[in-house]
Design a protein around this ligand. Structure first.
Ligand code: BJ8
Length: 425
């Protein structure tokens, strides 16, 4: 923790005392969850470094960009089209909202029976804990769930917020609405930055974001192998970091990691025994530093090989076509790509059910753990259908509802042990 960082945090209005407690708490957790793993790929050193310096270098980079007149745009959801932000020479940053630390702060204002992700993100702002929030010029929210959209109204009292309307259906009319939202977002970003989003700029940005998607696709493809060459915890961390790290650096590091994993695959060098139960986690996203479920599963003898979530496959599966064309055509293509994200906010959302079954087969899983954050009604209700579909397919399922606290860790471990025991028989 350098003096330079402290000065920057102070300049950003961070509550230094509270922030010290947060960062100091993260160190032993990271050691226990990550550094205790055996036989990790060398390529994870970079990601360890990024977490070790979580509020340092990257924030300096964003500040430098801002001091040179650039804009920083903060987001909470994979529905916000980052291509448009990059095309206007602004930098998008996915905000983390995965710690219990900021939850009680949020509960001073928000109802307690709100999902932890919403409370954690709001608590970061209210408690002046996050230098990324403090550095950003605009927070972009969305109407994916009721809790979030109402929270964004309150958040707007503290910092400029713009909300995109994500439709709840995927009909022709809904797609038109969403395309209109994408065009309106481009206008908002142009106004914020003073820069025109041109066709050439959009092509360049699309190519860049697609390249990161391809790198993450490659990482996930490597997890299909038996024995799996990387732990679920490590793969999750890579995705979490890619939400806020510099995109070019991220591509380089993920590519280097995948090159190493290729060699591991060739040498049959796995992180878990061949017979370790392979698990697909499906459901709510896990924002950094939410590693709870992966940690319990992987210290109980299982290995997580895929996440059907927005901190997993939903983040990178589909590419935006790179056909060029007019700005209008490109925005339409962007809008169409984002409508392929099968969030539980949609009705019906059968494509997600298809995805879960397909991923379970592709990743050769022995069981699925459906993860939903307490008070998240969309994922909780959709779990009923997930259960029906997986029962038909003969794929074992465990439904977990939890929050960010450690209070239920013992109970979760007991249920997970029983589930793994059942799978092993
Ligand atoms: S596209 S999953 S990132 S909305 S868990 S806050 S839904 S009550 S996070 Fe999400 Fe975008 Fe959908 Fe993905 Fe609400 Fe549920 Fe909380 Fe949630």
């Amino acid at each position: 923790m350098t003096t330079d960082n402290r000065q920057m945090w102070s300049d950003l209005g961070i509550d230094l005392n509270r922030h010290d407690i947060l960062l100091n708490a993260l160190v032993p957790i990271y050691k226990d969850v990550y550094l205790s793993q055996k036989n990790r790929p060398q390529g994870m050193c970079f990601f360890d470094f990024v977490v070790g310096d979580i509020h340092g270098i990257r924030v300096h980079e964003l500040r430098k960009h801002a001091m040179n007149g650039g804009k920083v745009v903060a987001t909470y959801c994979v529905f916000v089209p980052e291509e448009i932000v990059w095309a206007a020479d602004a930098i998008p940053v996915g905000l983390c909202a995965g710690t219990q630390f900021s939850v009680p702060i949020a509960e001073e204002i928000l109802p307690r029976n709100t999902c932890a992700l919403i409370k954690s993100s709001f608590g970061f702002k209210l408690g002046r804990l996050c230098p990324y929030v403090q550095t950003s010029h605009l927070i972009v929210g969305e109407t994916t769930c009721d809790g979030k959209k109402k929270m964004f109204e309150i958040l707007g009292q503290y910092q400029p917020v713009y909300v995109m309307e994500v439709p709840n259906k995927k009909t022709r009319l809904s797609r038109e609405l969403w395309t209109g939202e994408v065009v309106a977002f481009k206008d908002v970003i142009e106004k914020l930055t003073g820069n025109k989003v041109t066709s050439a700029k959009l092509s360049q940005a699309t190519g860049l974001v697609n390249e990161r998607r391809r790198a993450l696709q490659r990482l996930y493809d490597l997890r299909k192998v038996r024995p799996v060459p990387i732990s679920g915890k490590d793969a999750l961390l890579v995705t979490q970091v890619s939400f806020y790290d510099d995109v070019t650096r991220c591509i380089k590091q993920v590519t280097a990691l995948c090159d190493e994993l290729d060699s591991r695959v060739a040498a049959r060098n796995g992180v878990a025994p061949d017979n370790a139960p392979r698990i697909l986690i499906s459901g709510s996203p896990m924002a950094i530093p939410n590693w709870k479920l992966h940690h319990i599963l992987e210290t109980s003898g299982a290995v997580v090989v895929c996440e059907e979530s927005c901190t997993g496959t939903r983040f990178f599966t589909d590419l935006v076509p790179e056909n060029g064309g007019t700005v209008e055509e490109q925005l339409r293509a962007i809008a169409e790509r984002y409508m392929q994200i099968h969030c539980a906010c949609f009705t019906p959302n059968d494509e997600r059910l298809d995805d879960i079954v397909r991923l379970a087969r592709e990743y050769q899983v022995d069981g699925v753990v459906h993860y939903n954050l307490q008070f998240c009604h969309t994922y909780a209700n959709e779990a009923v259908k997930v259960e029906e579909v997986l029962a038909k397919e003969g794929i074992p399922l465990l439904r977990i509802e939890t929050d960010y606290s450690d209070e239920d860790a013992g109970q979760l471990r007991t249920r997970i042990d029983a589930f793994l025991e059942m799978i092993r028989k």
